[in-house]
Write a protein of this length. Sequence first.
Length: 290
Amino acid sequence: MFLLDIIFKPRRLLCLLALSLCLAGCESLFFYPMKEHVRSPDDIDLAYTDVRINSSDGASLHGWFLPAVGPAKGSVYFLHGNAENISTHIASVYWLPQRGYQVFMLDYRGYGLSTGVPTLPAVLVDIKKGWQWLLQQPQTQQRPVYILGQSLGAAMAGYVVATEPELKQSLSAVVLDAGFASYPRMAQETAAKHWLTWPWQWAVAGLLGDEYDLEKVVAQIRPTPLLLIHGKQDAIVAAGQIQRLYELAGQPKRLLQYEGSHIATFQQPANREYVLRFFEQAAAGEITGL
């Protein structure tokens, strides 16, 4: 009886297919928060301050502020991907304080010690709240500010930068690592990788709206310098998504492609040095359109 019910109710079938897609691991589209911290900055000999921010709907957001070692060259607002929390994603930015950059890491609602349930557009509000907090801190005054987002964090960070002109004015540069252009396209490409959902890839993509797609607004990031990063062996975000963003973005823009997997960027010292040079050149006004 259950099988017949599915056959004669296409909407229910699509919902089941969408569920199958989630279970198959559509890793860059859905929120997968982890509450427990697996480490703290103390564990890796980093100084830090716990930060608490009130966001919308009564959510309490938690983050870490990592001061620079020595005089600060600037501040980096770091936005992580869709899984786990700041205690695991610190692996991408722990090296920055030693190189003179203070880092603010935010956990979206529902992640780590942040309360609430992560949804769009509520998480976009969280990102704006964290940004406003950082700009109000005395240690960020008269210093360059950068945004560094990875994966889902890159897609959301880019969207917020593009749609918040007043906040955008505070930035010296934007770095989007393994961000994707379109939520429906991510759903379609992920469904195409699995035998169960391959025949329904376009139907599953149709279940997602495109209201918050980065490709629709990425051109509005200009004239802030933009660096897009992508690992050539990234099995999560296809190279075509990054190329799409690069083509639509305005100048000045740069594209860094490297031999590596999804958000493995900063495991490679050469990539760290590239981003540091990008920061310095952006702060000096040396990055212009080609």
